[in-house]
Design a protein around this ligand. Structure first.
Ligand code: HH2
Length: 286
């Protein structure tokens, strides 16, 4: 399958009042309001720092923002609903009139409901709306949704991930979850899918999934890829999380080349520049 056919599989994403046009890959900037995220180690735990960081990412060219209040790094302790909400609420309020869609990164239907009440345009669920009440919560909104694949759960998912054929198993899971979302009344234009780089996967599994983006895009939904600063890049380069910018940019460009429509990244400016060059070489800069 050609790259552009793959991306055309899901050429737009409806996120509340926003309609993201996906003829070029869109950059989702990450803001983690956590003390323990692997990538930034608590840099945005203070609400004022989180708000400043979010606006900086918008200035740098983020097409959407992903706000999270619970780290999902392997082994991370779970956070209660009240605490997760307490962390993200000031930022969501400050971003209510942001010029780009704001996504909430959560597995909890209660947090989804509260965040939708604060005006978020998208729900990014690493659990693919499997929690009781999650599908219904989304169905009753106009928000976009990202359905992600994860084997196991964050605390233990890296213990011994196993697949017979990682691409077809992940693809089958995402097809099933998209069907469940459609059956619940979530329109296809609101759905994005994500193979979940690093969520119950070895380096080889992650690389196979990055090579297999075209097979995932063939399901007909925009594919989101979050490889930014992840351990797989550390294992390839030997570098720590905050020194993985170059590796992350390389992964983002390769994912774009293979048909990813949305790139979830920590380093927005670097990714934007790299994609601008990639688009210019392809002859489709805009
Ligand atoms: N990765 C992380 C969190 N949420 N959501 C989607 N859809 N895809 C991903 O790959 C993904 C995600 C983990 O990264 P990060 O938020 O930087 O770290 P932490 O979970 O430690 O806060």
């Amino acid at each position: 399958m050609q790259r552009d056919e793959a991306r055309a599989g899901g050429s737009r994403l409806r996120c509340g009042r926003f309609l993201l046009e996906l003829s070029r890959p869109r950059i989702m900037g990450v803001v983690n309001v956590t003390p323990d995220s692997f990538s930034d180690g608590g840099r945005c735990f203070d609400p004022a720092a989180a708000i400043a960081h979010a606006w900086r990412l918008i200035e740098e060219g983020a097409d959407l923002l992903d706000v999270g209040g619970e780290s999902t790094r392997p082994g991370a302790p779970p956070v209660g609903e009240d605490e997760e909400l307490r962390r993200v609420a000031p930022l969501l309020r400050a971003l209510r009139d942001a010029p780009v869609p704001v996504s909430i990164d959560t597995m909890k239907p209660g947090v989804m409901r509260a965040a939708l009440g604060e005006g978020v345009a998208m729900v990014n669920d690493i659990n693919a709306l499997r929690a009781p009440g999650a599908l219904e919560t989304l169905a009753g909104s106009g928000a976009g949704v990202c359905l992600m694949h994860m084997q196991g759960e964050p605390r233990t998912m890296q213990t011994s991930p196993r697949y017979a054929d990682v691409v077809s198993e992940v693809r089958g899971f995402l097809a099933q979850r998209a069907a469940a979302a459609l059956a619940a009344g979530i329109g296809s234009e609101r759905i994005a899918i994500d193979p979940g780089i690093g969520f119950g996967k070895t380096v080889e599994h992650n690389l196979a999934l990055l090579r297999g983006i075209g097979a995932l895009a063939a399901l007909g939904y925009p594919v989101l890829i979050g490889a930014s600063r992840k351990a797989t890049l550390g294992q390839i380069t030997g570098r720590g999380p905050q020194e993985r910018v170059h590796a992350s940019v390389a992964a983002a460009v390769m994912a774009a080349e293979r048909g990813a429509a949305l790139l979830r990244v920590h380093d927005v400016a670097a990714t934007r520049d790299a994609l601008a060059v990639w688009l210019a070489i392809r002859g489709t800069a805009q």
